[in-house]
Design a protein around this ligand. Sequence first.
Ligand SMILES: Nc1ncnc2c1ncn2[C@@H]1O[C@H](COP(=O)(O)OP(=O)(O)OP(=O)(O)O)[C@@H](O)[C@H]1O
Length: 695
Amino acid sequence: MRHRLSRKLLFPADFQLSSSQPSTTKPKTETVYDAWLASRELTGDHKGEYLVPGAPRALNWRNARLAFFVTRNCTPDFLRVLWGLNPIRTTLMLTLNIVRSLFPAFRGYSQALIVDELQNLIASETFTWTRLVYLVSSEVFRRIVEGCLDSFATSNENVVFGSARFFIEYKQMEQRVKLDVPTLGDPIIRSLLQESDLFARSFGGGGFGFLSPLEFIHILSLITEILSHLFLIISLTRGIWHLGVLFLSIFSSMLPLLITWFNCRNSPPDTPTDAKTAKAADRQERLRNMAYSDIYRPEIALFGLGDWILKSWSRARKIVLASEQPLYGQYSSILNQFNVNEIIAIIQNVPLLLLFQSSSTTLGSITIYRSSIQSLVYAVGNLVSTTRMVFQGIFLMSAFTASMKLKAKLKPHTEEMIPYLPKHGGVSLTVKGLGYTYPGCSEPALKNVNFTLNAGESLAIVGFNGSGKSTLAKVLLRIIDYDKGSLLVNDAELRRYDPAEYHSHVSAVFQGFSKFNTTVKENVGLGNVDKIGYKPVIEAAIRLAEAETVVQSLPNGLKTMLETPGQDPWSYFGSCSVESSQRQGLSGGEWQRIALARAFMRANEPGVDLLVFDEPTSALDAHAQNQIFNTLEKISRSPSGERLKTVVYITHRLSTARRADKIAMMDNGTISEFGTHEELMTLNGSYASLYRASL
Ligand SMILES: Nc1ncnc2c1ncn2[C@@H]1O[C@H](COP(=O)(O)OP(=O)(O)OP(=O)(O)O)[C@@H](O)[C@H]1O
């Protein structure tokens, strides 16, 4: 931990939030997660539904209790983190905030003294200038000190907030990359992460984010400011007459606030409206993306979607804009029927008139009364709006805190976890009664899948569209879980391996492989990040994927930045435009070769026992296709022909399938036929008829 006044941001991995675990199984409001979830629950007609992510919580007793619970549980952690980032700067920030909040009261007092002195100058003939010069110089000095302190405090705050922002963003990223597909697929967790993102973003734009619960410090300084004004006002108040004038002044200055508050209370309950608005805001954004992103451009043109997008967007946009309009027309109080501002101005002047009537009152007193009371009311207004923002921020903070404690669903409990058990010749797979249903679906994608594959064997999975081939591949790769049956990898249940460890022993090409918005070198090298800096290894992987000619034809070879369809808004204007002259687009087949090279980066490693390739050559010509399968065969065997790796591939080309040791024919989520090509041809079932049809 650093105690120097360093401007350097601290590395947040050094700091930890409290390690107490949230549990979704505990009764209500036992954890921050429970409080977050409860704050999103709608009541009344909407019971059982949840607010959309980011929608403000209604200001009611239930939510106030939840906010208190969250504050009690999270704020000490956050303040500890802030303190840990830089104790000296944080102490300075807190102190300077308090000192700064006293400035306005001093300002008013000093100005009142000058006004009094000027009044003396006008009224008295024996006046000496010395005192006035002294007062004016003190005022100038006060302003200089105030200015210096202000700029030092701001720059100090920027460093503290910068560190806090970095910490929050780092933690957010760290957690995001740890979570797996099933965890991210859970709709409640997605909402949690969305609100957690909002929390992290609330730190953006310099200084404290508006939604930041760390605005508590702001609240503290506002309270100090209010107290200092009150102290000043009370110290100038002598006798019952002044006290009456004081209360009248405060009341008249607070009238606008009271009227706004009265209007707010008469507004309709905001929850359902907010949910509807938030949905509209979300739809409006998606439609805007559709209109702006080039990935959709060909289909928008082809299907003539322009008008539909525009109409749908304008409908959603109108809902959002309507929610931003003040509700005066609909819900105004009777007070609003008059010109309220004029009435308030008249009332505010009454105390001044009363002060003028009083013989003991000086011009300075009037100035200080007026400025202090107005500053006081302004500070109270500011306090109310900051408190409202903090109220919403507290729930976003709860989302952040709860999301930090999320566990990847696929990771086994420590007591169940076993180290990966390597087997000579690859992995053996024993699948019994395997089933899987995607979250939210009623029909299983996999049901009663059974097969056995020995270490080092190759398996081709074939079948109709939607029969479950890719789902089975994802289960084998431990990208998704299975909810029925068992899957033994090297005779141990796959669930018992740490997914990260298991993944280090497999390599794959997915059907919808990634097209990274970076150089060719990184697109390939990411298959084995430990060797991303080794050019010969990358070149070898490119050769295995038959992608040398693709790379050679690129303007900067391996260093060429690849243009990812849909990521660059101007990509359809071609690679030759000025903006994208440094980027290069690739054809579907060329991208597939890059994805294959990425998989070969890792597949070639000795510790990799299982290769799963989902339609790896669907975009390649027949010659390239053959070459790739030759390569697969080559890398899965030693030079002497000994089997080293198990290979599973999905294909619609049955001439390719027959190269495998075993073939699994999938139909409606299950394996309907399993065996060698010859066995399945003898069976004369679906595979045989498909095969004959493909000839
Ligand atoms: N993410 C998902 N969420 C819900 N259902 C899904 C998801 N992915 C696939 N499915 C469904 O699961 C079933 C199996 O899909 P899968 O992609 O495994 O089929 P496939 O045999 O690989 O098809 P294809 O040959 O067209 O690639 C389909 O009915 C599909 O609609």
